[in-house]
Design a protein around this ligand. Structure first.
Ligand SMILES: [Zn+2]
Length: 321
């Protein structure tokens, strides 16, 4: 167990004692102030959150869910033996699956509360809304939700009980993804996902609360679209930047901190355009390693914040501490 994963009781967190003690033990250069709330009552759906600053932005990673991700999905063009060899070489259990998390992000700009992706949704057991409540954030206080792509673990949280989970929020959605959805024929294998994603957007479409963003450039002040096509046609990585600091949220460019970084050339079964996804993965990992950029992964082990290190023709992920 490392420092980030040390669990505070909810009571201690609410007193603020834990957060204050921790804040002093991290460098000012990377002011990660992790606080994890575990109240021991899983039925509450409350799991964990970690908070750090990017310049003037307060960034809170929230663990919405943990699920077993079959390793065969992470190497669709690899053999089981090769996948298992990568796991073993990285001291990971070879069980046919890795634990993946779902890590949406809350950004407090000082004037607005903005979510980056919305998780699986409370209707599917997602913890985001319960954890937001613990943080004192009500659903109607969320001003905006930036969606990276149309997959259910990113968009289904827009709904709660079939209605808008964040009734006052404007949804920022990738234009390229929307165009792809509109062009998907009813008999396409992706049609079911498109129908579900459209349903998640529907209350916001009805209320004229959807805004479409370009593949590259600023979506909102400090929130920047980085083109990352392949996982889906309009899949977008999101860079948060403020006062000379940044964090690049890779979203699903790399699904596993171990397998996707050890073998960026391996296709993921979830990648809609696998060759393009692998190209994007290699490009973003190469530049993140060269720049020493702080990154995060939506499915990396919670909180999934750290750095990419280049090793020959592969990479490794070093969690921030
Ligand atoms: Zn995902």
């Amino acid at each position: 167990m490392n420092l980030q994963q040390a669990a505070f009781s909810r009571r201690n967190f609410l007193k603020g004692a834990g957060a204050a003690a921790f804040a002093t033990s991290f460098s000012t250069w990377f002011a990660l102030r992790p606080v994890m709330a575990q109240d021991g009552t899983p039925a509450s759906g409350v799991t964990a959150f970690a908070r750090f600053n990017v310049g003037a932005l307060q960034v809170t990673v929230i663990q919405d869910a943990v699920f077993p991700l079959e390793t065969s999905i992470l190497g669709a063009n690899a053999t089981v033996d090769d996948i298992n060899a990568v796991l073993a070489a990285n001291n990971q259990p070879v069980t046919g699956a890795v634990n993946a998390t779902v890590n949406p992000v809350l950004v407090n700009t000082g004037s607005e509360l903005i979510l980056i992706d919305s998780g699986n949704g409370a209707d599917a057991g997602g913890s985001l809304n319960n954890t937001l409540a613990l943080l004192g954030v009500t659903p109607d206080s969320i001003n905006r939700v930036v969606i990276s792509h149309f997959h259910p673990d990113h968009i289904n949280g827009l709904l709660a009980g079939g209605a808008a989970a964040f009734p006052n929020a404007t949804i920022h959605f990738p234009q390229a993804e929307w165009d792809f959805m509109q062009a998907t024929p009813a008999d396409s294998p992706a049609a079911g996902l498109v129908t579900a994603a459209t349903a998640a957007l529907q209350p916001y479409l009805d209320a004229d609360q959807v805004s479409y963003y370009a593949p590259e450039g600023e979506i909102l002040p400090g929130i920047v679209a980085v083109p990352a096509p392949g996982h889906t046609p309009g899949h977008t990585a999101i860079r948060l930047e403020s006062e000379g600091e940044s964090v690049l949220n890779l979203i699903d460019t790399a699904l596993s901190a171990v397998i996707s970084l050890s073998r960026p050339d391996w296709y993921a079964a979830f990648d809609a355009v696998p060759e393009l996804a692998a190209e994007t993965r290699l490009a973003l990992l190469t530049s993140a390693a060269a720049d020493g950029a702080r990154v995060m992964g939506y499915h990396f082990p919670f909180p999934g914040v750290g750095y990419v290190v280049a090793e020959d023709d592969a990479f490794s992920f070093v969690p921030a501490t």
